[in-house]
Design a protein around this ligand. Structure first.
Ligand code: FES
Length: 240
């Protein structure tokens, strides 16, 4: 639905009619032509789209243009003063060539969605890290969300471990497990049941096809298998 917005972008007051689903990053780039704001990922992790919204740094790929109505936005283009480039606007060609004193070691991570080029792979020592097992994932969740109820974190971890065996378009990673636990805690949920799983699964699965797959009996089956894991663990001693 079209929505009228007024923003102050890099000190210029502007009015536009935008679709209420238009992301701020696309508004800045495609409507205002402020292409210094980049789209670097589709997972809201890289920060290439960061702008200042009323002085606060936000990832503009996570904000709707409509939400910026009435706000002041500063993009990288707006940082220069008196025709002087701000230090973050200076590009390498303007500074000249750099030579590292020693060849740098660079750690590159990839989730396989963005394939690393063969020429780059040849120069790398590659190391494959699988999803964490139950104990490791539970440790991560407990360390990151220490206030989450233990029973809930165990159930969520077991459920996610089972879910990763399913044929999904995008298997959830640890970040999604953490998001899901945080959402459940915010909802004051103490343990999992089929109803709450179906109502909150959007924190874990990001594709409509996957959300349609994991419904009804599938959810109950996953809960049953996750519960059986708990029983097996009970026999082997509870996780520390
Ligand atoms: S494009 Fe990567 S965080 Fe926004």
């Amino acid at each position: 639905m079209p929505q009228n917005i007024t923003v102050t972008a890099n000190k210029s007051k502007l009015k536009h009619t935008v679709d209420d689903r238009l992301l701020l990053v696309h508004y800045l780039r495609n409507v205002l032509g402020l292409t210094g704001t980049k789209v670097g990922c589709d997972t809201s992790q890289c920060g290439a789209c960061t702008v200042l919204l009323d002085g606060v740094a936000v990832k503009s790929c996570t904000v709707l243009a409509a939400q910026a109505d009435g706000a002041s936005i500063t993009t990288i283009e707006g940082l220069s003063q008196n025709d002087e480039l701000h230090r973050v606007q200076v590009t390498v060609p303007e500074l000249g060539m750099f030579q590292a004193a020693a060849p740098p070691a660079v750690v590159i991570t990839s989730n396989r969605k963005r394939e690393v080029h063969d020429a780059l792979k040849r120069r790398c020592l590659c190391f494959w890290i699988d999803y964490p097992d139950f104990q490791k994932e539970l440790q991560i969740i407990t360390a990151k969300l220490p206030d989450a109820p233990r029973c809930l974190t165990e159930q969520v971890t077991a459920f996610v471990q089972e879910l990763r065996q399913a044929e999904l378009f995008k298997v959830p990673g640890v970040a999604e497990t953490l998001d899901w636990v945080a959402a459940l805690v915010a909802l004051n949920q103490k343990e999992l049941d089929a109803k709450v799983v179906e109502e909150t699964l959007g924190a874990l699965l990001k594709y409509r096809e996957d959300l349609q797959t994991v419904r009804g009996e599938v959810v109950q089956g996953l809960l049953n298998r996750a519960g059986a894991r708990g029983v097996r663990r009970g026999g082997e001693g509870r996780p520390q």
